[in-house]
Design a protein around this ligand. Sequence first.
Ligand code: UDP
Length: 243
Amino acid sequence: MKEFKILGVPVHPYTMSEVVEELNKRIVAQEQTFVVTANAEIIMACQEDDSYNKIVSNAEIILPDGAGAVWAGRHLGNKVPERVAGFDLYLELMQLCAEKGYKAFFFGSAPGVADAAKAVCEERYPGVQIVGVRNGYFKDNEVPEIIEEINKSGAQLLFAALGAPKQEKWLAANRDKLNSIVLMGIGGSFDVLAGKMQRAPKWMQDASLEWLFRLYKQPSRFMRMMALPKFVIEVFIHGSKHV
Ligand code: UDP
């Protein structure tokens, strides 16, 4: 897969169906793969945090998530067929799990939330095997036990919903000890499935306004979302180069 850079962060312009096919191949080949859905906030965080930049840049698959990343890729003259949102890819992978009999582990979010997301998936994707669930609030000394729980479950796909950058940092730090093949951070996806958080209506997603919906629902994100206008300015100034 070709790659291009946005502010020094590599991005792989897969379509949704291509990335699902690629991940299926990697599961069959048992090739451990760390997937990052790089939105504008993540790319901006990489500008200020070198260790996070390395973690994201070393992921095997880095997808253009969010209107900002897609805009930047195209603005810099690259072909970006579509936005591959983490939430959408997570659901596509649930479908793949149901079809192929792959096992998944849900790690993250507040107590009870991943369990509720599991129940929703089991209803939506008959036959899907979600072989373990663990909330995302833990102390450092509990990490070995969490890794053991994930490995014992036999899950080939591990979804970590700890928010960015925590989920990417956790997955990168522990990937060598984890037996799961696909490792992916999915932010607030369990909250959305569990009905704790709403996703923007389709028309807003299509109009590249999902960020506005999130701001309306969670005004406390305002400071974090200031990364978006900053991102646009930095892309105009620095383009494909790290700030
Ligand atoms: N979370 C967690 N452990 C933590 C901090 C956060 O499990 O130590 C969860 C939180 O409950 C929520 C998700 O991580 O379910 C963060 O969602 P958010 O929408 O903020 O994700 P982001 O936009 O940062 O990817």
